[in-house]
Design a protein around this ligand. Structure first.
Ligand SMILES: Cc1cn([C@H]2C[C@H](O)[C@@H](COP(=O)(O)OP(=O)(O)OP(=O)(O)O)O2)c(=O)[nH]c1=O
Length: 191
């Protein structure tokens, strides 16, 4: 089940590193520094897929003989895209939309090998119960929201906000294990 291939995870996320270690025993990690800004008229799905690919491509020159894996996670409600909250006001704006409602988490994965690439976007529906202002305030103070898309971590304290999830839990945390395994296997077979 474990994959064996020379791979570089183009990410600074400790969650992605930990998740990836469940499907591949040995890999390198190299953070990709790219600008994360949605283009005019770019759909959330196109945006998250482009970022995943750009992250993998950003480090590919350093590792010409490796497979590169990039990933990006965004929280989506209609046409609104929530990334990491810039500050508390930004977080409160996000939670006023997320509380008592269903949103989508999109995590795109991209595999790059030299001139070739494979991209997939994994979409998960997440429903939050209605939260009190006190809960939202206390959650911000915990420090957990600041480095996470949508300002929450399903794997942490925000787990108790989640009434229902339809899709991939690991995708919400940052790396869809099943689809990543499949995409890497496909890339291996096709090169
Ligand atoms: C929704 C959600 C997101 N997240 C995290 C996953 C990602 O690390 C982060 C979204 O930001 P990203 O920009 O996707 O990733 P990152 O900056 O952490 O890492 P890198 O770009 O170097 O790969 O939010 C959780 O940990 N739990 C959750 O429930």
């Amino acid at each position: 089940m474990n994959l064996s291939m020379p791979l570089v995870l183009a990410s600074a996320s400790p969650r992605r590193k930990e998740l990836l270690s469940d499907i591949i025993a040995d890999f390198k990690v190299c953070a990709a520094d790219i600008e994360e800004r949605r283009l005019d008229n770019e759909s959330p799905a196109d945006y998250v897929s482009r970022l995943a690919l750009e992250k993998a491509q950003a480090v590919s020159g350093l590792y010409p003989e490796h497979w590169l894996l990039g990933s990006d996670t965004i929280v989506v409600s209609g046409n609104l895209v929530f990334e990491k909250p810039k500050d508390k006001d930004d977080f409160l704006r996000m939670f006023s939309v997320l509380s008592g409602a269903t949103h989508q988490v999109m995590t795109a994965i991209a595999v790059v090998k030299q001139e070739r690439h494979w991209v997939e976007n994994v979409i998960t529906d997440v429903t939050f119960r209605t939260l009190s202002m006190h809960e939202i305030d206390t959650y911000w103070d915990s420090g957990e929201p600041s480095d996470k898309a949508g300002g929450y971590g399903i794997q942490g304290q925000a787990g108790c906000f989640v009434e229902r999830i339809v899709g991939s839990y690991s995708a919400v945390v940052g790396l869809p294990l099943c689809q990543t395994h499949q995409l890497l296997t496909q890339a291996l077979q096709e090169t």
